[in-house]
Ligand binder design. Sequence first.
Ligand code: C2E
Ligand code: MG
Ligand code: MG
Ligand code: MG
Length: 285
Amino acid sequence: RAKASLTVDVCFYEADMDQAVRARRRVTQALREALDNERFELHYQVQASVETGKATGYEVLLRWRGDDGDYISPSDFIPVAEETGLILPIGEWVLRQACRQAAAWEEPHRIAVNLSPVQLSHVDLPRLVHQVLLETGLAPSRLELEITETAMISDMARTTHVLRQLKALGVTIAMDDFGTGYSSLSTLRAFPFDKIKLDRSFMTELDGAAPQSRAIIRAVLTIGESLSIPVLAEGVETPEQLAFLRAQGCDEVQGYLLGRPQPEADALSQGVAATPQFEAERAVA
Ligand code: C2E
Ligand code: MG
Ligand code: MG
Ligand code: MG
């Protein structure tokens, strides 16, 4: 009896696997077509100085417009693109397109481009970045590259070498999603990051009764201050969160309170209008 049910389980398991493989193949094919047919777009989300309320830069976020016109979230397709290696041409497209667009802006705002760990380990990134900067004419100081801890863990020595070469070009490097990995503190020791981006999850929990997130945010801000690395808090949605971050000495913020990721023109025209939100925050403070 036990044996029979085991056989049934295995059959179900194989059917699931088969379905998963087919689903993956479909996504891969669709991604390839999206790349060929320019179905990708870049959205920009403002980052602002806590002190002045002014825009300090824009994070570049990839959007895939599906056949129905709706956007497919990067969290749904980036993992597949990473597994299949398609992240390499997609990532190159993002970098080139973002630099090209930003180079044409009236105001020389900085842009922050996300890099996949796969790009860090499989491409001669310093050469690619150098080439794209020359090609688009974007000043290197206007380009920030965001990397996550995962990229550091896989091969710390090689990754830090690549990051040093990138920095030598004049671009800056931010540690993304800080505090979610297994070795956040040792990655800070391994490389002199130009910015720490405190993960959104701490912001979400800030509103709850648990005092842990507050304590962790304070600790990260202290670390940033001690190492002279500015800290940007991700996912700031409420005036209360902004008030807390200001009181604790956080340098920069990014989140729906200031602006959602939007098409280039909308994000730029909305950029400096962050001030009303800052006023709302002062009112609750
Ligand atoms: P990330 O780099 O940590 O980007 C921040 C994410 O948080 C974005 O999600 C953004 O839309 C979202 N977000 C910003 N403010 C708020 C807020 O106040 N509340 C909430 N709930 N969410 C907020 P998105 O655009 O869906 O991107 C998800 C992730 O996909 C990114 O996380 C990044 O890891 C990856 N990604 C996006 N674009 C690229 C890209 O061009 N290349 C690579 N390799 N990864 C990318
Ligand atoms: Mg990011
Ligand atoms: Mg992040
Ligand atoms: Mg994140």
